[in-house]
Every structure is written in C-alpha cells, then in structure tokens.
Design a protein around this ligand. Sequence first.
Ligand code: TYD
Ligand code: MG
Length: 456
Amino acid sequence: MAKAKTAFVCGDCGSDYHKWQGQCSDCGAWNTLSEIRLGSAKSTSRASAGRSGFAGELAPAKVLSEIDVSEVKRIPTGMTEFDRVLGGGLVPGSAILLGGNPGAGKSTLLLQACCGLASHMPALYVTGEESPQQIAMRAQRLSLPLDELKLMAETNVEAILAALDKHQPRLLVVDSIQVVYSEELSSAPGSVSQVRECAATLTRAAKQRGIVLLLVGHVTKDGSLAGPKVLEHMIDCSVLLESSDDQRFRTLRGQKNRFGAVNELGIFAMTEQGLREVKNPSAIFLERGEKQSSGSVVMVVWEGTRPLLVEIQALVDDSPLGNPRRLAVGLEQNRLAMLLAILHRHGGLQVGDQDVFANVVGGVRVLETSVDLALLLAIVSSFRDRPLPRDLVVFGEVGLAGEIRPVPSGQERLSEAAKHGFARAIVPRGNAPKTAPKGMQVHAVATLGEALALDF
Ligand code: TYD
Ligand code: MG
C-alpha cells in the first residue's frame, strides 16, 4: 500500500513544509509545526485538482474596460455601523470573517443583521456552537423578525454545501469556522488543516454562486485570529468585534477590506435588547470624575470619518525592579518605549528607573500616531505629579528628533473638542488653525520642548 502523504503546517501562519522543523522559517514561531494528512486528490479530476485554491469561474481574459462593474451592488445590512465598517454594505460573492473573543457578541450581531436581511434575500444561518433552540429563543427575546431566516445546526462542510444547493440562499452565515470539519481530512475539527480546507471550500462555493459568506472566527488572547493566517488571505474582508473593559460597548473594526477602507470604527452598546448602534459616539468614552488628577489628558482620535474623544492615562512610579516595567493597554507597546526614549533625549526627563503604565480609558484601542503627544504629556504630568487642566485637549505625532508632526483632520478634531466644552488645546504647528474655534485657546507647538515648556 502506498504511504499516505503528509505535510507539516505551522499553526500560527499556515506555511507548510515537507519535513518537521523546530521553528517556522516564515513567521519565526517555535514548536508550532504539526503533521497533517493530505486529502487524496482521487475524487477530483486532474484538471480541477490543479486549481484547488482558485475561487472563480474559468473565463477568457479581458481588458479591464471590458469588465462589467456596474452589477456589483452593495446590500445594506440595516445596521449602519456594520455597513460603515464593511465599506457600505455586503458585496455579493464576497467572504467576510467576523472575529472576536468569546462573548464579544458575534452571534448576536449576525443574528440581528440576518433576521433583518432575510426579509429581502434568502438567508441561511448555520450554527455549530449553539442549538437552534437557543438561537430561536434569543431572536424571540430580542423581538427580531422570525419568519424568514432559515437555521440549521451542522458542522460538516459537505453537508453545508448540500444545504446550499437545497435552499439556494443568497447569504450564508457559518458560526463558527473553527467547529466546521471536512470528512476528507482525518485531523480534528479546529486544527489548522481543517480550518484552512473548510474555509477554502466555503469561500469557493460562495464565489461561484455569488452569495455573501459570513464566517465567525475566534480570537486568541493576543488578539489574532485563532487558526492559520491563511484564513486572512482567503477572505475578502476581515472585521474584529472587541468589547470594552466595562463590557458596555463593542467596537467593530475592519482589519482587511478588499472593497473599502479599513480605518472605520463601528460602535455598539450591548444592552438587554441585544446590540444597539451608537450613532454619535464622539464622547461616549469620556466620563471623568470631578477631581483633577495627574497623569490624565484627553485627546481626539480620528477613526475613519469620525472623531472620538478619549482619555489617555499614565502612571509613572518608582520601580522596585531592576528592569522597570513599561506596560501599554490600548496603545502600542513599542511606541511607548520609543516615546520614552524621545522624552529622555529631547525632553530631558529620565524615567529609566521608573515603572511606566499607560492606558486608554474605556477599553478603546488607539492605533493612531496622533496619541504620541497626549501620551507624553500624561507621562510627564504623572512623573511631576502635576495635573493638567481638565479643559485641555492634546493631539500630535512626535518624531524621533523631538519634532511635533501634524496629523490629518486637525481642524475637525479641534472643532469636535470645542463642541464638548474644551477650552484649551495643544496641537502640532502644522495643524494650527487660521481661526481657532470659538471659545478655545490653541497652542501650536513645533517641538516637544515647546510643548513641555507650556505652563498651565
Ligand atoms: P454572543 O453573541 O453569544 O457572543 P459570541 O458569539 O461572540 O461568543 O454574546 C454573548 C454576550 O452578550 C453575553 O456575554 C451576554 C451578552 N448579551 C447581552 O448583554 N444582551 C443581549 O441581549 C444578548 C443577546 C447578549
Ligand atoms: Mg457565538
């Protein structure tokens, strides 16, 4: 009997190798390679076996201008915040991956969207984690329309494909991809090869039939999608649902989008009635007590097309450790280290023997560089134990030479802050407005030194 063909696949990035090795040469992770048995190609003809990763129909080549693009019409989900992150709605024939940690509300979000959508397009919700009864009960409790959405408990990918043929939906939800398995592979559900193969099979089926595929994916502790990175290459759009620290709000962020921008942020509130959209979120994360405390300052983040006011906090304290800690929550860890070096070099402040903790209040994640100046001022304020004024708002990028660089949409950020009653602002010189918003005093600075010299 011929020996079964096997390969070794990295659990982190999905690269495959002929032989086992201790470290994945692609992503550098150690001990992540596991052996998988390759599916036999017998059942498929030679011609199609060679195109196993191909997702479209075979057609003659055309020049770009000949290709009809007018027919791609987006389907609004009925949830504006969801549509905003998707870039305007669902695109037929696309595969969307919705990631998030357990309890983030992925199933709730999709159930709400699908119940609404099912009234104007046939939809099938395949659940592998909850029973149909549980989902029906939830839909009933949330007073969603119950008459149109078809529900099915299934984890076998071949059975899901058969259901596609039988019910002919235009929208397919699979909750979640980690529990789906294929009979053709011997490895356990949730393993790299199963997730990879099943996602590829479903994506291919969706593209060929022109239906919208929504996959739910779990997220590991560090925030990356559990299962191989290859998932992210296969799908058209990847969005991540995250919960805030106090569990009240959920943020939906695009990570990859072949049909739109990825910097949009959708905000929902988790209520008794399921997820509710927060239409005007600019100040929802801003809740400050009366007391003026050091190490805290407000900044304006520009998320996609909307401003968001968030509070940045820092705590600088004598470290009992030989190797002081630098911890950033909601901010980039490396950026914090870099900013501390800039502060030492260009601000003359030595924090080498101090623990430095930085946090964005409300559990929001700030990826923009405009947080730099606010974070540095919060650190200095905590270090000197001198509170910054409560009506001060700060934003700006800090360069390695200690220069303060302008950020996009400076004027809009300022007017949003003015609307919420902030009377003072420190902004990059490049963002200095011709006329400051009414009732606001704007300090435009070009270097870190100038910003630190401002005395309030
Ligand atoms: P769920 O959609 O099951 O999360 P996921 O599929 O991402 O694991 O959401 C579960 C959480 O949402 C749970 O912690 C309770 C909360 N929740 C509410 O607060 N109100 C509601 O109406 C619903 C449906 C859920
Ligand atoms: Mg779920």
